[in-house]
Design a protein around this ligand. Sequence first.
Ligand code: AMP
Length: 363
Amino acid sequence: MVKLNRQEILNILDGYDKENLTIATLGSHTSLHILKGAKEEGFNTAVVCEKGREIPYQRFKVADEYIIVDKFKDIINSEVQQKLRDMNSIVIPHGSFVAYAGLDSIENDFHVPMFGNRDILRWESDRDLERKLMNESGIRIPNKYKNHLDIDRTVMVKFPGARGGKGYFVASSAKEFDEKIKVMLEREWIEREDIEKAHIEEYVSGCNYCIHYFYSALNDEVEVLGMDSRYESNIDGLVRIPAKDQLEIGLNPSYVITGNHPVVMRESLLPQVFDIGDKLVESAKKFVPPGMNGPFCLQSLCTDDLEIVVFEMSARTDGGSNTFMHASAYSYLLFGEFMSMGRRIAREIKNGVREDRLNLIIT
Ligand code: AMP
C-alpha cells in the first residue's frame, strides 16, 4: 500500500473555496461539540452518519449537511470522499473515526484534508509506539512487565485496541494472572489469541485526571482546555460497598468506561500539567512531524506523592472533552468565553484561513 503524500492533500486544499469551508466528522464520539463549535465559528457543518444514528444531530441542530451511510466504515468509500471534497470539507478525526475508518485507510486511501496529524493516529493506537513517544519525552509512565511470571507487585493487565477498559484486570502474582485470564475468557471479554498480547504494567494507585490539551501550531503554544475523570463500571460502584461485603460478594472489579466527570486539579499541580504537555509536544514534533497539532489528551493518575503518572494518551479529541461542550474552568480562564474543544479546533482553522497558513495545520 502506498502512503498518501501530504502534498496531494495540500493540492486538494488549494482547490477549495476557503470562504466556504465545511467542517465534517463522523457522527459519533465527540462529534456534537466538534460540529457545534464549527457552527459557532461560522462554518458550514456536515456529519457522516450511520443510518438510524442521525437523531442527535437533528435534535441538537448541529449539522447543516447529512451524508447517511449504511455503516460508519463507509466514510472511506470513494463517493463519500467525493461528496466531502465537493463541500470543501476539512475532516476532524476522533476515536470512532479511527476505529471505523481504520488506520490503513486513513493513511493510504482517505483523500480528504484532515485537521491534525494523520500519521500520529497510529502512534496513539499502538501501545509500543505510544510508550516510545512518552518515554522519549521524559514523562513518567507506568513500568512495563515483559512476562507475567515476573509479576512481583500489583499490576494492571490490558489488552490491545481501544476497548474502553473492557477485559482489564488487576493481579498481584502470576497465579492470580492465570486465574483472572480464565475468568475473562469465560466472560468472552478476551479471546485466546489476546493472552500473549497482554500488556502488563505497574498498578498506579492514585486519582484519575485526563488532561485535555490543544497544541496550536499557528501560535506554537500548548493550551490546557479541560480535565475529566472517568466513571467506570463496576469499580466505581464496587467501592461504595464496605470492604467486608466486597470480600463476601467476591466480585471481580472491571474498568469499563461508562461516562466522565469534569474535574479541576490542585493549583500547585498545574506546573506539572504544563510541563508534561510541553514535553510531549516537543517529542511528537521530532518523531512524527508535524507533531501534535490540535487536541490531545494525557490520561493520568496522580499519586499521594503528587506525581502525575501518564498511562495513556490520545492524539485527537478524547471522549472526555464531552465534559466541556460549553466551557471548562480552564478554557474559560484562557478565553473568557464559551470554548469547547470543538470550537477551539474551528477557531484554529479560521485563524489558519485568515493568516493564509492553513497548510501548516492540515494533513
Ligand atoms: P484505559 O483504557 O487505558 O483508559 O484505562 C481504563 C482505566 O483503567 C483507567 O481509567 C484507570 O481507572 C485504569 N488504569 C489504567 N491503567 C492503570 C494503571 N497503570 N494503574 C492503575 N489503574 C489503571
